[in-house]
Write a protein that binds this ligand. Structure first.
Ligand SMILES: Cc1ncc(COP(=O)(O)O)c(C=O)c1O
Length: 490
């Protein structure tokens, strides 16, 4: 039986390519000859030779267990799940799978308000009616942290027919939720806990990192393997936990429901290989990265006006623990916004950040990269930008964050609003109408409006003020909020 040092699926692809069989099946590039020569030159011939379709004997059909099945078994073992499915449409697909799975248990769900947009989209595909829970807000950094067990308990009390609950941990900024507490609360209400751990695929591989959600009782965990663990973009996994609240067969059906019938073998092969690296060398690689990042944090702190988020954040409301593999830089002391700093880093140093907000910028490190060398470039860029910025560049006032008004009443499900007849109206005329789109003013990025909610004057005023103060609007079809898409009610 293959072990963690093996890559059964990747090996099966290689064996197929080495055999060079008669390819009378898709894809039409036929392993290279049918592809554009410039593309072959850019990508390399091997990419085409290894681009092999599903339902190929010896890879995912044939003698059981096939290499495809074996490789996913190894992934479940490495991450500590009952079963793992590879995903070829990212953690976004995982969120669709999760909510469709919950849809088998009922029609309502408790969801963190600032869930990733794919969770909001999954409310549309699943038709579930959400009870939203606000994450904890950081009053100084103006960023959203995690949902607390107490808030989940209240929401589940309010939603006795809930089919489950979904939370995000870690956040973009590295805050980790009290997943054990959340799982205990969910299970006391006899509902499964789904954790969107898109940013935490590495957590299982080093004891100094916050514990992974699967080890803390989560029932279904979404993991964006490509983000930190090193598989190709778009490849991800969903892991089933060890509880009995979710049926394996239902997850299996939901995975295929939202997946192409032609999953890309390169993405799957990269998942198999990333799993091998994580399982066999993950601890050593994470250790090196953590040491390099500790030095990087120190160097960032030495730059006038910059600070970093780190374990000091743990204990703040909604922050149970902190992921030290994330580098989140607090830029407030420079009197420049994160947007401005990131723009200058890009234009003057060709250094590109993962995320820039008003007060915080986030740099992502991969588990296996040479973080020390990468950091030198970042530190040099940050130093250059901060030292070169004139006083004129530093006059940003920043958005003074008033608490956003309560979100409007949910008068129909996001699915009903999305599929219903719609019209575009001038924003001021939208008061009292039902939104057909999402509106989230940044900072802090917690959606102010979601499809199916009644629009209020207070909310539109708030968003307008946020934009006027230099904030931005996400999710809206018109980011300046001149117009809005609303449901046409009869
Ligand atoms: C919390 C969270 N969930 C899900 C996703 C979607 O991941 P993917 O890009 O792999 O589809 C993201 C992407 O940033 C995310 O931040």
């Amino acid at each position: 039986m293959p072990g963690q040092s093996d890559t059964p699926y990747l090996d099966a692809l290689r064996a197929y390519a080495a055999r060079d069989p008669g390819r009378f099946h898709v894809p039409g590039h036929k392993g290279g000859p049918g592809a554009d020569p410039g593309l072959v030159e850019a990508f390399g011939e091997r990419v085409f030779a290894l681009d092999i379709p599903a339902l190929t004997y010896g890879i995912d059909v044939g003698d059981e267990p096939t290499p495809f099945v074996e490789a996913q078994r190894l992934a479940a073992e490495a991450w500590g799940g009952r079963r793992t499915w590879w995903l070829v449409n990212g953690a976004s697909q995982g969120n669709h799978v999760a909510l469709l799975t919950l849809g088998h248990r009922g029609q309502r769900v408790v969801t963190q308000r600032n869930a990733h947009s794919s969770t909001i989209d999954a409310l549309i595909t699943s038709g579930l009616r959400p009870t939203f829970v606000s994450p904890e807000l950081d009053p100084e950094l103006h960023i959203a942290h995690c949902m607390t067990p107490e808030a989940l308990d209240c929401a589940l009390d309010e939603t006795p027919e809930a089919a489950g609950a979904t939370v995000v941990s870690p956040t973009y900024f590295g805050a980790v939720a009290d997943v054990a507490g959340l799982a205990e609360v969910a299970h006391s209400h006899r509902v499964p806990l789904v954790v969107d751990e898109a940013w935490g695929a590495h957590l299982a591989f080093h004891e100094d990192l916050p514990a992974p959600a699967l080890s803390l009782g989560a029932d279904l965990v979404i993991s964006s393997t490509h983000k930190v663990v090193g598989s190709l973009s778009q490849s991800a996994m969903i892991h089933l936990g060890h509880g009995d609240l979710i049926e394996e067969g239902v997850v299996d059906r939901c995975v295929t429901l939202v997946e192409s019938t032609s999953p890309n073998s390169l993405l799957c092969g990269s998942l198999d290989a990333a799993r091998r690296t994580a399982a066999t060398r993950g601890r050593e690689l994470v250790e090196e990265t953590l040491v390099a990042l500790a030095r990087t944090r120190e160097a960032v702190r030495q730059i006038a006006g910059l600070d970093v988020l780190d374990e000091r954040l743990a204990g703040a409301p909604g922050v149970f623990d902190y992921d030290p593999l994330r580098l989140a830089i607090d830029v407030r002391g420079t009197r420049m916004s994160g947007y401005e700093l990131a723009r200058r880093l890009r234009e003057e140093h060709d250094v590109l950040m993962e995320l820039a907000g008003e007060n915080v910028m986030v740099a992502v490190y991969g588990m296996g990269e040479d973080a020390g060398a990468a950091s030198e470039r970042l530190i040099a860029g940050l130093r250059g930008v901060v030292e070169a910025a004139s006083d004129a560049a530093r006059d940003t006032e920043g958005v003074q964050l008033a608490p956003p008004p309560p979100w409007g009443e949910l008068v129909m499900t996001p699915r009903e609003a999305f599929l219903g007849a719609q019209e575009v109206v001038v924003a001021r005329d939208a008061v009292g109408r039902v939104a057909a789109e999402s509106l989230a003013a940044y900072p802090p990025g917690i959606p102010n409006v979601l499809p199916g909610e009644r629009l209020t004057a207070e909310t539109l005023d708030y968003i307008e003020q946020a934009i006027a103060h230099g904030g931005s609007l996400r999710g809206a079809s018109d980011r300046a909020l001149r117009t809005l898409r609303v449901v046409l009610e009869s």
